[in-house]
Design a protein around this ligand. Structure first.
Ligand code: SF4
Length: 498
């Protein structure tokens, strides 16, 4: 009897499966959109299945250590080890191909600096002498702008607490200031994007009163003109991520796509930009900087000329230079792939323009754009950056596995989702320590590079200390590729293509 029932159920199930297959095959050969399905009905679906899963499995099963983009397994492993405080030691030898053009090679000193001769890397003040409350930049490596909204509340909380532990600042990104940014007590830089989230009136214009209030809560302000991943395009926060809390913090309608304009409507030119910098600094007493990607040399030349014409108090207190390789939770591929200069080209030219104008000490330079390893950060210091910002380095420290679903609200690691079930995996009490370890170990390794190069601390690194591989048989000192400018020249004399 039992056998009969089992046989009957099996027959029904088999019949159902056969019907489903026939239905799919008929649907595939009659539809007109997909060639593969018309030609290979049924089995053609495997292509889509593997195409979708391939992006997840490739990194584990098929890709080599140095194969993937934006970050290969070797780089991610490096960051994970620093974040877990496991040390940056490898066995047998480097898997990095040192003949690849663009590779960074530091110049080891024949007589490196002994332990007793080393000095701690000094902190640098931002805005000193030009605002009532300068910001003391204690850490070379800091947390780059990541909006609450783009990333989750537990992620922001862990970053805030970890940044405090490591002495870093944390940039809010353009999504406004949330209580989570303040939770850890770190220095916070309030970014003001084109939509003025968090400092906007109901009609979307600049809310001076709110900026004044924020001056009591944050350490500095930053006007974002553009970011490397999508210059000339405002941010997009999909409706799924615009919760009531995020809408309240940003000052926008709930559960609707939130789209920033591609430019500050009230900042049409350089003078208006510097006016806004001065206004924010005067109202709050806090340093005010500018974040931008660099397309050509016109921007930095115009900025230096305007500051020299108007006076040093009109200058931004810092510039965040974002390379084209910078990340974003959501960016149009055409802009991410083809707009603006990579940091390797943008940073030397910006530093040179400031040196030529005699403004390098007045305007601090913060470099960002895939600078997630100590070698890249040390390279930026060699070029002339004062600080380094990284977002994705800290995201890896939080547990990001580069699933690249940040824009879908389905981030499997809880970093970039508002799904409470997925956020559960990100335990703040554990992850804040990884954030701190990552920043602290980055600083240690940068110092180690400095000592190997024969200088006492990271801020003594210069262009002579690094060489850039040109081809398989030749590298050039950075000071040859980008010679230091004649410091007596003024910005009016700055030349170069644009
Ligand atoms: S794990 Fe994936 S979806 Fe989550 S933050 Fe990282 S890249 Fe984005």
């Amino acid at each position: 009897m039992t056998d009969m029932v089992g046989w009957g159920l099996g027959t029904i199930a088999g019949f159902g499966v056969a019907l489903a297959v026939i239905f799919v095959v008929l649907r595939d050969i009659t539809q007109k959109q997909h060639t593969i399905l018309r030609n290979y009905p049924g089995i053609g679906h495997l292509r889509y299945f593997f195409e979708r899963l391939g992006e997840y499995f490739r990194q584990y099963l098929f890709a080599g250590d140095r194969d993937e983009m934006p970050f290969n397994r070797a780089t991610r492993g490096w960051v994970y080890r620093l974040a877990k405080n496991e040390g940056g030691v490898i066995g047998f030898g480097s898997t990095c191909d040192l003949r690849q053009p663009g590779s960074i090679l530091f110049v080891n000193a024949p007589f490196p600096v002994l332990e007793e001769d080393r000095l701690p890397t000094p902190a640098l003040a931002i805005g000193e002498g030009f605002c009532r409350y300068p910001l003391l930049g204690r850490s070379v490596v800091n947390v780059s702008g990541m909006s609450f909204g783009a990333i989750s509340a537990p992620a922001v909380r862990a970053l805030s607490r970890g940044a405090k532990e490591a002495g870093c600042w944390m940039d809010t990104g353009e999504g406004g200031l949330s209580p989570y940014h303040l939770e850890g007590g770190c220095d916070v830089i309030m970014q003001i994007g084109t939509a003025k989230y968090g400092v906007r009136t109901l009609d979307g214009s600049f809310d001076r009163e709110r900026v004044r209030e924020l001056g009591h809560q944050v350490g500095a302000f930053e006007i974002k003109l553009s970011q490397g991943a999508k210059p000339g395009k405002g941010g997009v926060l999909p409706a799924a991520k615009v919760t009531e809390e995020i809408a309240r913090i940003r000052g926008i309608p709930v559960h609707q796509d939130s789209i920033s304009p591609n430019r500050h409507p009230d900042i049409p030119d350089m003078d208006a930009l510097l006016d806004q910098v001065m206004l924010i600094r005067d109202m709050t007493g806090r340093p005010c900087g500018i974040k931008t990607a660099i397309g050509g040399w016109a921007f930095i030349n115009d900025l230096c000329s305007a500051v020299l014409r108007r006076g040093a108090d009109s200058a931004p207190d810092f510039l965040v230079i974002d390379g084209a390789e910078g990340g974003s939770g959501a960016a149009p591929q055409v802009l991410a792939d083809h707009m603006a200069l990579p940091i390797a080209e943008a940073l030397p030219r910006v530093v040179d323009a400031l040196l030529e104008a005699g403004l390098k000490d007045r305007i601090r330079v913060v470099a960002s754009g895939k600078l997630v390893t100590s070698a890249k950060a040390a390279w930026a210091l060699c070029v002339g950056a004062d600080f380094v910002n990284t977002a994705r380095g800290f995201m890896f420290a939080l547990g990001c596995i580069q699933a690249m679903r940040c824009h879908t609200n389905t981030c499997p690691t809880g970093v970039a989702t508002h799904n409470a079930r997925l956020q559960r995996g990100l335990v703040v009490e554990e992850k804040y320590l990884r954030v701190a370890h990552y920043a602290q170990n980055m600083a240690k390794e940068i110092d180690m590079i400095a000592h190997s190069c024969g200088v006492r601390h990271a801020r003594e690194l210069h262009r002579e200390h690094v060489r850039i591989v040109q081809d398989a048989n030749r590298s050039l000192a950075l000071s040859t590729l980008y010679p230091y400018p004649d410091r007596t020249r003024r910005a009016g004399g700055v030349t170069g293509d644009s």
